[in-house]
Design a protein around this ligand. Structure first.
Ligand code: PMP
Length: 422
C-alpha cells in the first residue's frame, strides 16, 4: 500500500524524507555497525546525536543561553505534575482552561496546591480563547499556565495572556515548531513531540534556569525534579534515544525548509485552503471562532452525526485517514501538522467538495441537469489543462458567480420593464 494522507492528531505524520533517512541508517548508523536503537546512551555516537539535536532546536527557536533544553519521558501528561512540583513555592498557581488538556493539568495541580481557574471557555465547548488581557491573577501565584494550542477543540492563543509579571508556563504539544516563538516571554515551554517533532516517547522542556532548583515540593520523585535532568544534560538515566535521534532529524528538516518563519507560511497556506472552503461550504462547518483558529488542528462538522460517520468512512476508503473527531466531541478533525504537504490538504478539500455535491444532489439541492453539466465541463477542463486545472476551476467558479449576478440583474430589469409597459 502506498502512503496515505494521515490527518491524525498524534502520533502524527512525519516528513517522508526523515523516515527514509532513518530507514537507510537503520542497520548501520554512520559506520557504527548498529542501529541507534541498539547503542549505549553513553556512547560517543549518541552523545553527538543529542548534542546536535539540542544545538539545532536552540537555533530554530532562538533559545537564549539562560534556558535549559531537556529531553524527557513520561509524555506531556507527566509534566502536568512536574510543573507544580517544581514551581509551586507558594502552593498557588493560575490556570486558564481552554480544553481538556488544560483542564487535566489544572486538576493534577490541585493535588499539590491551590490551582485557581482564572479564565475558561468551557461555556461554549472550548470553541474560543478567553480574553486574557486583564485576568484576576492572585498576587502570590507561582505561575500562570496555558495550553497554547488546543488539539481537541482546534483553538490557539494568538496573543499570550497578560500574566501581570508572573511566570508563564505553556504546553505547546500540538503547535511545537509550527511558527516562531519568543522564548523569553515564557518561564517554561514544554510539549510531547508526537505531533510536529518526532515519535511518541519524548517530551521537550525548555526551562529558564532560575526556575530549575532544589527547592521543589516535598516528595517530588527524583525523575520529576527538573534539576536532576538539567544537571545530567538529560542523561540522568537512559533517555528515549531513538526518539531523540528522530527529533534531531526533524529539526534538520525544518532548517532545510527555511526555519520557523517558512514553517509558519507553509502552515498558514494549508490552513487557509481548508478554512476558506469550510467558510463557504453549505454542508461542512468549522466549530471555532475565526479569530482563534488553530493552524494545526481543524475540527469541523456537518451537524448530522450519521453523515459525519459516512464522510469519515468514505474519506478513509479514499486514503484520507484519521479524520474522526476526538471521542469527546465527535464530528471531524483534520490535523495538518508541519509534515502534512499542501497537496494533502488540497486533495482533502477536493474530496470534501465532491462529497458535498453528492449529498446536496441527494437532498435535491442540486438538480440532475446541473450536476451533469458540471461533470461534463469539469472533465473537459481537466482534459485541456492537465497541469493547472485546479486554478482554472477556481477561476471559473469566481467568474460563474459574476455571470449569475449579471443574469439576475438583467432578469430584474426585464421584469420591471414588463411591469411598466403592461
Ligand atoms: N497536551 C496536549 C496539548 C495534547 O494534545 C496532548 C495529547 N495529545 C497532551 C498534552 C498529552 O500528551 P501525552 O499523551 O504525551 O501525555
Amino acid at each position: 500500500m502506498g502512503r496515505v494522507y494521515n490527518f491524525s492528531a498524534g502520533p502524527a505524520v512525519l516528513p517522508e524524507e526523515v523516515l527514509k533517512e532513518a530507514a537507510d541508517e537503520m542497520l548501520d548508523y554512520k559506520g557504527t555497525g548498529m542501529s541507534v536503537m541498539e547503542m549505549s546512551h553513553r556512547s560517543k555516537a549518541f552523545d553527538d546525536i543529542i548534542k546536535e539535536a539540542e544545538k539545532d532546536i536552540r537555533d530554530l527557536m532562538g533559545i537564549p543561553d539562560n534556558y535549559k533544553v531537556l529531553f524527557l519521558q513520561g509524555g506531556a501528561s507527566q509534566q502536568f505534575a512536574a510543573v507544580p512540583m517544581n514551581l509551586m513555592k507558594n502552593k498557588k498557581a493560575a490556570y486558564i482552561i481552554t480544553g481538556q488538556w488544560a483542564k487535566k493539568a489544572y486538576q493534577e495541580a490541585q493535588k499539590y496546591g491551590e490551582a485557581v481557574a482564572v479564565a475558561s471557555s468551557a461555556d461554549k465547548t472550548f470553541s474560543y480563547i478567553p480574553d486574557c488581557s486583564d485576568l484576576d491573577i492572585p498576587e502570590d501565584a507561582d505561575y500562570v499556565y496555558i495550553c497554547e494550542n488546543n488539539t481537541i477543540y482546534g483553538t490557539k492563543y494568538k496573543t499570550l495572556p497578560n500574566t501581570k509579571g508572573h511566570t508563564l508556563v505553556a504546553d505547546v504539544s500540538s503547535c511545537f515548531l509550527s511558527e516562531p516563538v519568543d522564548v523569553t516571554k515564557y518561564g517554561v515551554i514544554y510539549g510531547g513531540v508526537q505531533k510536529n517533532v518526532g515519535p511518541a516517547g519524548v517530551v521537550i522542556a525548555i526551562i529558564r534556569e532560575d526556575l530549575i532548583t532544589d527547592d521543589v515540593l516535598e516528595g517530588t520523585p527524583t525523575m520529576l525534579k527538573w534539576k536532576t535532568q538539567a544537571d545530567a544534560d538529560s542523561l540522568y538515566n537512559t533517555p528515549p534515544c531513538y526518539g531523540i535521534y528522530i527529533c534531531g532529524k526533524v529539526f534538520k528538516w525544518i532548517k532545510k525548509m527555511g526555519g520557523l518563519e517558512a514553517m509558519k507560511a507553509h502552515n498558514e497556506k494549508k490552513a487557509k485552503i481548508l478554512y476558506d472552503y469550510l467558510d463557504q461550504s453549505k454542508l461542512f462547518k468549522g466549530t471555532v471562532v475565526p479569530e482563534d483558529r488553530s493552524l494545526m488542528n481543524v475540527p469541523f462538522v456537518t451537524g448530522d452525526a450519521e453523515l459525519d460517520k459516512k464522510f469519515v468512512a468514505e474519506a478513509t476508503a479514499a486514503g484520507f485517514v484519521n479524520l474522526k473527531g476526538h471521542r469527546t466531541v465527535g464530528g471531524m478533525r483534520a490535523s495538518i501538522y508541519n509534515a502534512m504537504p499542501i497537496e494533502g490538504v488540497e486533495k482533502l478539500v477536493e474530496f470534501m467538495k465532491k462529497f458535498e455535491r453528492l449529498i446536496r444532489f441527494d437532498r435535491g439541492e442540486i438538480s440532475m441537469l446541473h450536476r451533469l453539466l458540471h461533470m461534463i465541463s469539469t472533465a473537459d477542463l481537466i482534459k485541456n489543462n492537465p497541469d493547472d486545472w485546479r486554478d482554472k476551476l477556481n477561476e471559473r467558479s469566481k467568474s460563474k458567480g459574476k455571470v449569475v449576478l449579471v443574469l439576475f440583474a438583467v432578469i430584474l430589469v426585464l421584469c420591471l420593464f414588463v411591469r411598466i409597459i403592461t
